[in-house]
Ligand binder design. Sequence first.
Ligand code: PFF
Length: 445
Amino acid sequence: MQKENWGTRLGFILAAAGSAIGLGTVWRLPYVAGEQGGGLFFFIFIALLLTVGTSLLLAEFVLGRSTKEGAIEAYRKVAPKGQWHWIGIIGMIAAFLLLSFYSVVGGWITTYFVRSFTGNVTSPPDGDHGALFESITSNPWEVGLAHLAFMIMTILVVQMGIKKGIEKASLYMMPALFIIFLILMVRSLTLDGAWEGVVYFLQPDFSAVSSETFLFALGQAFFSLSLGVSVMVTYSSYLDNKASLPGSAWSVVLLSVLIAFMAGLAIFPAIYAFGLQPDEGPSLIFVVIPAVFQQLAFGEAFFMIFMLLMLFATLTSAFSLIEIIVTPFVRGKEHLRKRVTWAVGLLIFAMGIPSNLSFGLLADFHIFGLTFFDAVDFLVSNILLPLGALLISLFVAYKMKPSIMQEELLRGSRFGKGFYFIWLIMIRVVVPLSIIVVFVSQLIQ
Ligand code: PFF
C-alpha cells in the first residue's frame, strides 16, 4: 500500500491530463494532421480517442486503483504467478527511453524560451529561421545545458512527491496552459486571412486519407493519452476510492481533445494569414511559428508565451514519465524519493545525450539508417508503446477478476452494468485487435 495520495480529484485529473497533453498534442498532432488530410485526420483521431483510447485508459485506471500499486507490483498483485510484471518493466524501459529524447525537445523549447527574451528568435540576424534552428540544435553546449536544465526542472517537481510536487505544479501549469492557448487562439483567429487556415485544419480532404491515416491516428491516440506505459496505472494508484473512474477518464479525454483543437486553431490560421505553409514537419513550431510571430505586432511577446505554454505541456508529461519509474522504488519508502528521483532523472539525461548530439556531432551515426534520436523514437513509439498497450489490455481483460473490474469501474459513477459490458467488449476484442493491426502493418512497412 502506498501512503501518499492526490489531494483532490481535480488534482488527479489535471495531472493525468498534463501527462496526456504534451508534445504529442501541441507539436506532433498539428503537423501530422497537416500531412494526413487535415480535418478528416483530426476527426478520425478524436473518434479513436473517444472509443479505443478511452477504453484502454479506463483499463489502466481500473488496474491502478484496484491494486493501489505502481508499474510492477500492480501486475504481481493480480497475477502473482508468471511473468506478468514484465509488462510494467517494459513500461518503465519505454518511459526511460521516451523521456531521454522527449527531454531533448524540452531542452530546445527551454532554449527558445530563454532566447526569446533577447528578441533574436523571431527575427534572426540573417532572417533565416531554419538556419537558426539548425545552428541551435547542432550546438552541443547550448542544447546540452538546456537539456540538463529541463531535466532538473522535472526532477525538482517530482522529488517533492505526488501531492506537493506533481499535483501542485499541475494545478498551476494546466490552467495557465489553457489560458495562454485561449489568448493565442483568439489572436490567431482574428488575423486577416485566418479563415483559410481554419478550412485547412477542419475541412476534410478525402484524397489525402488512406489506410495509413487510420494507423497514424490510432498510434497518435494512444500516444496522446500516455497509454501503454503504465503511467495511467501509476497515477490512478494514488487516487482515493470514492472518485468515479469513468468520470475522471472522460475529463482527461475531453481536456485533451479541447487542447488539440485549440492547438490547431492557434497554429494554422496564423500560418495561413501570413502566407506560409504548414507542411514543414517536425520543425513546424521552431521554424514556421517564429516566422509567423515575426510578422505579428508584439510578436516576440506572443512567441515567448507560446514557448512557455510548450514548456508547461512538456514538463507535465515529463513528470509522469519519471514518476512511473520512481514509484516502484519508493513504494513504502517515501524517504527515498529525493535520492531516487535525482538518480533516475540524471540517468535519463545521460541516456538522452546521444539523441541530443544526433543533430550535430553524431549526425552521421546511424542505426538501421536512422539517427540515434530517430532510432530511439522508433523503438519507443512503434514497438514498445503498442506492445505495452496490447499487453495491458489483454492483462486487464483476461487476468483480472470480472467482479473486481466491474466494482472498480462503476463505483461512484452514474453508469450501470450495460456500460461495463460495452467496456469489456472493447478491451477484450476491439482494443487488442486494433493494436495488432497497427502493430503488424507498421512492422511490415
Ligand atoms: N502524452 C504525451 C504527449 O502527447 O506528448 C506523451 C507521453 C507521455 C506518452 C507519457 C506516454 C507517456 F507515458
